[in-house]
Ligand binder design. Structure first.
Ligand SMILES: O=C(O)CCC(=O)C(=O)O
Ligand SMILES: [Fe+2]
Length: 401
């Protein structure tokens, strides 16, 4: 993460010696956070303090403090870190996070999980052997050996054991029954789904975090490194449900993720194909689709699709039966932070690339036109000059003939 944007620049304009309102504060250069943590420094414990964020956030951030701040007391450090965090997470967002935390706590203290074995990763019972082997080998060749790339940037592979899919479906059903029986008002996975559930909200967050860290990160590092795939550090995990009495289809959209894992859990259904329409940056999200960008994929239970969040897509109507998919939106805070400072076009956006190629084509065409007319001019002028210029003093243009 670039911490530059978090540094208080107001100090600079106040005065040169770093004092304001009589309070001595470190000078501007001293207030810069260190990009790399000081691993030799032993941070304070903040467990006993009533703070807005988890105490470990402060302990971790302390290692990034400027050297001059490491020597000050705990209260001063906390104050300094509070100011930074306040600017990083605005008031409205902090309230939202707090409310969500309380919402989760309410669920977790009342919902009784049905299959406790789901709440920790057990690779051999969760995943098919080919997937475990490829991840264990951790090479591009091993990934390629189990993956198909039916369209650029869309990777499909066999991932989940049928017994795991059944167990997860039964846990989701149990959760939904609890929601129904207790009349608990749950939050749906996103603004586009009226059905489905957020797995992170009822205790599966740690398991999914591990799934992302140990099983998805190696692949996304290999295939989506330039769009944050090598620095995934948070996720949003949920299931979506389609069919009778559920959502029918999912409209055209981009995900709030750098990399999305979408695995079909079952059950039996027809329709529900995923359709893709090319990768786009914010600026071009509504631009037309090029013929080569159209792609459709039919879901198969246990089979995963891995794609960029910015790869525009949607799902056609599930025409019969019941389809449930597991979604893991994987995010990279580093990539998002860096993107704020990006001024140039995005190398990964199909439309940016098309525009760049078009600009190159036009400038090449213009150059050719100029060269052609120059040649013509040179030819003519040389002919002319041949007529008028004495042989001893011929213009350079003759050399081009
Ligand atoms: O229904 C699907 O398979 C697609 C779901 C999806 O794209 C999403 O929830 O973001
Ligand atoms: Fe999506």
């Amino acid at each position: 993460m670039s911490f530059d944007g978090l540094v208080d620049r107001r100090e600079e304009s106040q005065n040169g010696n770093g004092t304001s309102n009589g309070v001595v504060r470190p000078s501007y250069s001293d207030r810069r956070l260190r990009l790399n943590p000081n691993t030799n420094h032993k941070p304070e414990s903040y467990e006993d303090m009533k703070l807005e964020f988890d105490p470990t956030v402060y302990s971790s951030l302390e290692r990034h403090l400027p050297p001059s701040m490491l020597a000050v007391g705990r209260e001063a450090k906390v104050q300094f870190m509070k100011e930074i965090l306040a600017r990083y997470l605005p008031e409205g967002e902090r309230t939202r996070v707090q409310r969500h935390r309380e919402y989760r706590e309410k669920i977790m203290s009342n919902y009784e999980p049905l299959h406790r074995e789901l709440y920790n990763i057990h690779p051999t019972t969760f995943f098919v052997p080919s997937f475990i082997k490829a991840i264990g080998d951790n090479t591009i060749e091993s990934f390629r050996s189990i993956i198909s790339e039916p369209s650029p940037g869309i990777f499909t592979f066999s991932m989940l054991q049928p017994s795991f899919c059944e167990l997860l479906l039964s846990e989701v059903e149990n959760f939904e029954k609890w929601v129904h029986d207790t009349k608990f008002r749950i939050m749906r996975p996103n603004t586009m789904n009226k059905y489905g559930a957020v797995l992170d909200d009822f205790g599966l967050e740690a398991m999914l975090d591990k799934l992302m860290d140990e099983f998805i990160c190696p692949m996304s590092k290999a295939f989506f490194g330039e769009v944050g795939g090598s620095s995934l550090d948070s996720h949003h995990g949920f299931v979506v449900e389609y069919g009778k009495d559920r959502d029918a289809e999912l409209g055209f959209h981009v995900d709030d993720s750098e990399v999305t894992l979408n695995v079909c859990l079952g059950k039996q259904f027809t329709g529900g194909e995923l359709f893709f329409r090319g990768v786009r940056c914010d600026r071009h999200v509504n631009s037309p689709t090029q013929p080569e960008e159209f792609f459709e994929y039919s879901h198969v239970p246990g089979q995963a699709v891995l794609h960029r969040g910015r790869h525009r897509h949607g799902a056609w109507a599930t025409t019969s039966g019941h389809r449930i998919n597991l979604l893991l939106w994987c995010r990279s805070s580093v990539f998002r932070e860096l993107k704020k400072y990006q001024k140039e076009f995005s190398t990964w956006c199909g439309e940016c690339q098309r525009e760049k190629k078009e600009r190159q084509r036009q400038s090449l065409a213009a150059t050719k036109l100029v060269a052609k007319s120059m040649q013509k001019w040179n030819l003519t002028s040389s002919l002319n000059s041949t007529k008028v210029t004495p042989e001893s003093d011929q213009p350079k243009a003759h050399a081009y003939k």
